[in-house]
Design a protein around this ligand. Structure first.
Ligand code: NAD
Length: 482
């Protein structure tokens, strides 16, 4: 599937072997066996990638917008054609099921679709006669070299929140994918090359903290797009801004799903389960806290436990699997520590995923805790695994109080048959992406990914009109003909 076992970098239109000394094994999370080795790019290699992007910028930014959009049309066609193979790479390096991987790649394609509309999306504004004989116009220009730093959980979709929009608006790009899942980025590079993207416009380097720090402080990088955990996002935001860069930094999450006592449980519970356990809970839109409101608590917990028991833990390549592995053994160990800790803090274990009948890989079964309270660590922290907490609340006011006390504000959802509850929720929930009877309220690519609080640091979000504005800067020209 991948031509080489040693992951290459992509610099100035060429796939290159790294001169790196630091090399990490990349395991398949379902088996633990090494599928590739990842050299961490050297400082010189990263400088070469930025230099290639800088060199490509003048010609690419001058390329007519409709021509840049044509590259995206061809890229989109290639993504469609290779969807099964792209999904298989995601499953191999990330562990999620093939269905989940395909869902991810389809979401990635949506952003390429969006980017194809660049000639319309990049249009400016104008007003004749702002004063006698004077006109004004606003036009958009790319910002320069953009660096993209991405997490492991969506190795195809998250890079695609950045790459198509940044490139089609005339920027050049240096990508630093997660060191845990670097393979998808290389296939993306091959497809961009096949789509006719000029050399140097897109580059890929590898590594972890050192590579990121070099990009954050590099004088030739104008903007940073980051997606990852909240602590790192806050650091990226502060450091990149202090180095004079434009920055959007999407962070972690702790998403609450309110289940009101008028909700139809048979219809609602499967959505809560798939929100909590889809992608093994490793999703920034995972509903990791279910709030049973009013009298529904006991019935909700019973229904959730019943549905969780139906999940089939196994490798993502098995079509019967509905819950794949977590990304690494260390993450599994950390999740088990959280589960042990929650029991010690008095949460009631309803479904225990610690014992699974998988001999290899990093598997954890669906785990549900009842009677979780906001003073518990399991409520406060983002666990990022297949663990669901149930909180009990007397009424919608108490439920919203719990939700709004979270330091995160990515997504929240309500299951109800009541328009009044839904309206209260929409107005008062302090999260940027809301769902009404939706388990995973993920905006389509033509709208922004609007996290709040510690789930987002910056001003302009990924995708939608926000992304066009993030990757462009304005000029306003005032004209008088004498
Ligand atoms: P992570 O923060 O560990 O890593 C993300 C990126 O940051 C990687 O490329 C990594 O190399 C780099 N990095 C990590 N630590 C760093 C440091 N100290 N200094 C500099 N760079 C560093 O995140 P992850 O575990 O790969 O991904 C999971 C996290 O991403 C979760 O918190 C999840 O909620 C979040 N996420 C958020 C969104 C969103 O839209 N808000 C989407 C996907 C994932």
């Amino acid at each position: 599937m991948i031509a080489t076992k040693n992951v290459q970098s992509f610099i100035g239109g060429k796939f290159r072997d790294s001169r790196a000394r630091k090399v990490d094994p990349i395991p398949n999370p379902a088996t633990g066996e090494t599928i590739a080795s990842l050299p961490h790019s050297t400082r010189e290699e990263i400088n070469e990638a930025v230099a290639a992007a800088k060199q490509a910028f003048p010609a690419w930014s001058e390329t007519p917008v409709p021509e840049r959009a044509q590259v995206m049309f061809r890229f989109k066609a290639l993504f469609d054609k290779h969807i099964d193979e792209l999904s298989a790479i995601v499953t191999q390096e990330n562990g999620k099921t093939l269905d989940e991987s395909k869902g991810e790649v389809k979401r990635a394609i949506e952003v390429i679709d969006f980017a194809c509309g660049a000639p319309t999306l990049m249009m400016g504004q104008n007003l004749d006669q702002v004063a006698k004989g004077i006109d004004e116009e606003l036009t958009r220009f790319p910002v320069g070299v953009v660096a993209g730093i991405t997490p492991f959980n969506f190795p195809n979709m998250v890079p695609m929140w950045m790459i198509p929009v940044a490139i089609v608006t005339g920027n050049t790009f240096v990508m630093k994918p997660s060191q845990l899942t670097p393979l998808s980025a290389m296939r993306i590079a091959e497809l961009l090359e096949a789509a006719g993207l000029p050399e140097g416009v897109f580059n890929v380097v590898h590594g972890a903290n050192d590579a990121v720090n070099q990009l954050l402080t590099h004088p030739d990088i104008s903007a940073i797009s980051f997606v990852g955990s909240a602590t790192v996002a806050a650091y990226i935001y502060a450091t990149a801004a202090a180095n004079g860069k434009r920055v959007q930094a999407l962070g972690g999450a702790k998403n609450h799903i309110l289940v009101m006592d008028d909700a139809d449980l048979e219809l609602s519970a499967p959505h809560v389960i798939s929100s909590a356990f889809g992608n093994a809970g490793q999703r920034c839109l995972a509903g990791s806290v279910a709030v049973g409101v009013g009298k529904i608590g006991d019935a909700l917990v019973r229904e959730l436990a019943k549905d969780a028991a139906k999940l089939k833990v196994g490798p993502g390549t098995d079509p019967k699997t509905t819950l794949g592995p977590v990304i690494r053994g260390e993450r599994k160990t950390k999740l088990i520590e959280y589960i042990d800790g929650a029991q010690a803090e008095g949460a009631q274990l309803v479904s225990d995923g610690r014992e699974v009948d998988q001999k290899e890989g990093f598997f954890l079964g669906p785990t549900i805790f009842d009677r979780v309270t906001p003073n518990m660590k399991i409520w406060k922290d983002e666990l990022f695994g297949p663990v669901l907490s149930v909180v009990r609340a007397a009424d919608i006011d108490e439920a919203l109080k719990v939700l709004n006390a979270s330091t995160y504000g990515n997504m929240a959802s309500i299951f109800t048959g009541s328009g009044k509850y839904a309206r209260e929720f929409k107005r008062r929930a302090q999260a940027g992406m809301l769902g009404v009877n939706i388990g995973v309220a993920a905006p389509m690519a033509f709208l922004p990914f609007t996290g709040w609080k510690n789930s987002f640091f910056g001003d302009l979000h990924a995708t939608g009109q926000d992304s066009i504005r993030f990757y462009t800067r304005h000029k306003v020209v005032t004209t008088r003909w004498l």
